[in-house]
Write a protein that binds this ligand. Structure first.
Ligand code: PLP
Length: 447
């Protein structure tokens, strides 16, 4: 409506006057206003509809304004909008039950936080206290958050500025076949070599000093690259061999994104700790958590855990989680994510990869896919150097927007992360637009 557009304009002015944005040079920004959102669609400041392939920051798993989640928040607000973490509240108890029910038998307890970074912070603290060891191993090309510790864990240029090279963090190379650090030519080689490298890293650091290995179930922000078969199981085995806590960061892929409730289920492994946020309640109210094995729990059964958060288990956030998980279950959204990945997105992206010389690789699962752009398919030279965005990515984004599609870009990639309940027609429309705008990248290759 005109009134909503007018409010959007006022919001934009106030934003530019008073709001400080994440990850940005403040004066160079021209942020997009959203005046409404529903299902798989958002409406920009001029009231133009756009199909949301971004998942915002990869969290709107049930889509925008899911009626059931909205209603649960409204009802909770009317019943018990807030209560301190030391008190039992039914939203939190039920959320913990629903979450642990979907995790391995050995994981029965959840410590609730407000976000992904906090979850990883606490997971590492628990692992350190549990093992009495200090070091934590994490991969290059990872993202674990923007607090001091989690920025250090993060293995990409996103840690610049928070990177103190302290906190006992040691980085190792991930398994990433397309850009192998080990010169691998296929998944089997990559898995084997990356595991040998991790074993070396553990041994050279001194296994008895390593508290935890932390890994994204599927690395997201750094490129959505699926771990090659055998890799995650190999990591699990190394952790068991050396008594190291295995923390699987499911912040981005947990709750259905890759067509399983949790990403680690793709590899059939049993983590000691699972961290989550985002998809747990589709981000309607901030919520994260640390789900821990009984073994870790035992370390704090008689001795207090020396940590806490004012909003741990906030009723509004937990009520949203209960509603979102129940909606996902009843609407079979996890199966739907798997189906659209296998039947629609995967096949169409393979076609796109063959057709466009600017596309180096497409990969993913469920509703979680990357399209990686290159200057040269043979050398795999990135469209822009690591840590930088190519101007043509911005052009493609703008072109897609003008055709009604909101895309998410990172460096030389598009990340496709639609809601898990997107309709097949909407999905096909979005993939058509992507196909069209990729012609702009092809021109760069030709140039
Ligand atoms: N871990 C992973 C894998 C993530 O993708 C993110 C955010 O994108 C985080 C942690 C940090 O989550 P938050 O921004 O909620 O702190």
């Amino acid at each position: 409506s005109d009134a909503a557009i007018e409010r959007g304009r006022r919001a934009y002015e106030l934003d530019r006057s008073h709001v400080f944005h994440s990850w940005s040079a403040q004066r160079k920004l021209d942020p997009m206003t959203i005046i409404d959102a529903d299902g798989s669609w958002v409406w920009d400041g001029e009231g133009r509809p756009m199909l949301d392939f971004s998942g915002q920051l990869v969290y709107t798993n049930v889509g925008h304004k899911h009626p059931r989640v909205v209603q649960a928040i409204q009802e909770q607000a009317a019943t018990l909008p807030t209560i301190a973490p030391q008190h039992v509240n039914d939203a939190r108890s039920e959320a913990a039950r629903l979450i642990t029910e979907r995790l391995p038998e050995s994981i029965q307890h959840v410590f609730f936080t407000n976000a992904g970074a906090e979850s990883n912070d606490h997971a590492v603290r628990m692992a350190r206290l549990h093992t009495g060891r200090h070091k934590v191993l994490s991969t290059y090309l990872s993202y674990h958050g923007a607090t001091r510790l989690t920025a250090n864990l993060t293995g990409s240029l996103r840690r610049v500025g928070s990177d103190q090279a302290v906190d006992g963090v040691v980085h190792f190379q991930p398994a990433y076949t397309y850009r192998s650090a080990f010169g691998s030519e296929n998944d089997e080689q990559e898995s084997e070599r990356a595991l040998a490298h991790l074993r070396d890293t553990i041994e050279m650091e001194g296994a008895s000093t390593v508290a935890a290995v932390i890994l994204e179930a599927v690395p997201g922000t750094a490129g959505i690259f699926m771990p090659p078969p055998g890799y995650m199981a190999g990591v699990e085995k190394l952790c068991r061999e050396y008594g190291i806590v295995l923390i699987i960061d499911e912040v981005m892929v947990g709750f259905g994104r890759v067509g399983e409730w949790f990403g680690h289920q793709l590899a059939g492994i049993t983590p000691d700790i699972v961290t989550f946020a985002k998809g747990v309640n589709s981000g309607y109210v901030p919520l994260g958590g640390v789900a821990m094995s009984d073994e870790i729990y035992e370390s704090f059964a008689e001795t207090p855990y020396p940590g806490g958060l004012t909003y741990s288990g906030h009723p509004l956030a937990c009520a949203a989680a209960v509603a979102a998980i129940n909606a996902m279950e009843e609407e079979s959204l996890v199966d739907n994510a798997r189906r659209i990945g296998e039947e629609i997105i995967g096949p169409r992206l393979r076609e796109i990869a063959e057709k466009h010389p600017g596309v180096g690789e497409t990969r993913g699962a469920g509703a979680f896919w990357a399209v990686e752009l290159v200057k040269d398919q043979r050398t795999r030279e990135r469209l822009a150097p690591m840590g930088q965005a190519a101007p043509v990515m911005g052009k493609m984004m703008a072109e897609a927007k003008s055709r009604g599609l909101l895309l998410f870009t990172a460096e030389n990639r598009f990340h496709l992360c639609p809601p898990l309940n997107i309709s097949d027609d909407d999905l096909r429309f979005g993939l058509d637009v992507l196909d069209e705008v990729l012609a702009l990248a092809d021109e760069e290759v030709a140039a």
